[in-house]
Design a protein around this ligand. Structure first.
Ligand SMILES: C[S@@+](CC[C@H](N)C(=O)[O-])C[C@H]1O[C@@H](n2cnc3c(N)ncnc32)[C@H](O)[C@@H]1O
Length: 220
């Protein structure tokens, strides 16, 4: 099957920036207490349920996977970019990182206790998101949780430079209401959402940031 052009472009861009992205964002979560609060709540919900490991989908350099591990979760990462996977494996040699795409996960039905997709659905054209959300629903165990992070807005950003490199990549800003509606259509139910204002460092290029926490209903 031919790969959609947006997947090819996303992989090429992140292969190019992987090492510099990793260095720049290594400690970024430390300055974001509200983001960490959502990850901590996710961990508190997922761990006692004991429904399976957590997949950090679109894990990039693995910093969020490592944070989930530090919160006591059994977490592993999957990313489209082989360079990102290589950086993650080098940085966190004790954690598991696989190469793959959220559009077709090599995971069994109902095998995950949780999914985190931290700024990783943002390069998927919004009309293709239902395919990914159907995959999330398929691989989550009933009672499992999903945590999504993304930038709020309606205008896509066309990136020609990032992290010191020339690239060609689109970053979509999304409506929390619309994403929530798409997740509901995939069979997931909303548990909570946070929309926060940009930090000083985010402000020049970014607006509000959204964090959606959803659950796959028991018995589904
Ligand atoms: C903005 S980075 C975020 C990385 C990481 N979650 C973090 O917060 O540091 C987006 C990541 O999502 C990955 N990605 C985008 N689309 C993907 C897909 N369909 N499947 C797997 N990974 C994907 C990219 O390769 C990239 O590493």
């Amino acid at each position: 099957m031919t790969e959609p052009a947006y997947l090819h472009a996303t992989r090429a861009a992140y292969d190019t920036v992987a090492a510099d992205y990793a260095e720049l964002l290594l400690t970024e979560l430390a300055a974001k207490p509200l983001d960490r609060a959502m990850l901590a709540a996710f961990a508190e919900l997922v761990q006692p349920a004991g429904l399976g490991p957590v997949a950090d989908l679109g894990c990039g350099p693995g910093r969020v996977t490592a944070h989930l591990h530090s919160l006591g979760l059994t977490a592993f990462g999957i990313d489209l970019s082989p360079e990102m996977v290589a950086v993650a494996r080098r940085t966190y040699p004790d954690l598991r990182f696989d190469h793959g795409s959220m559009t077709a996960l090599d995971l069994k039905d109902g095998s995950l206790g949780g999914i985190v997709a931290w700024y990783s659905i943002i390069h998927t054209p919004p009309e293709h998101l239902p395919v990914i959300f159907a995959e999330f629903d398929r691989v989550l165990a009933p009672g499992g949780h999903l945590l999504l992070a993304f930038q709020v807005g309606d205008e896509p950003r066309h990136l020609e430079h990032a992290y010191g490199h020339a690239i060609s990549l689109v970053a979509y800003r999304l409506s929390p209401d619309h994403v929530a509606e798409q997740l509901s259509q995939a069979g997931l139910v909303e548990a909570a959402r946070l929309v926060r204002e940009p930090t000083e460092r985010e402000k020049p290029s970014q607006g509000q940031q959204a964090f959606l926490l959803f659950r796959k209903p028991e018995g589904s």
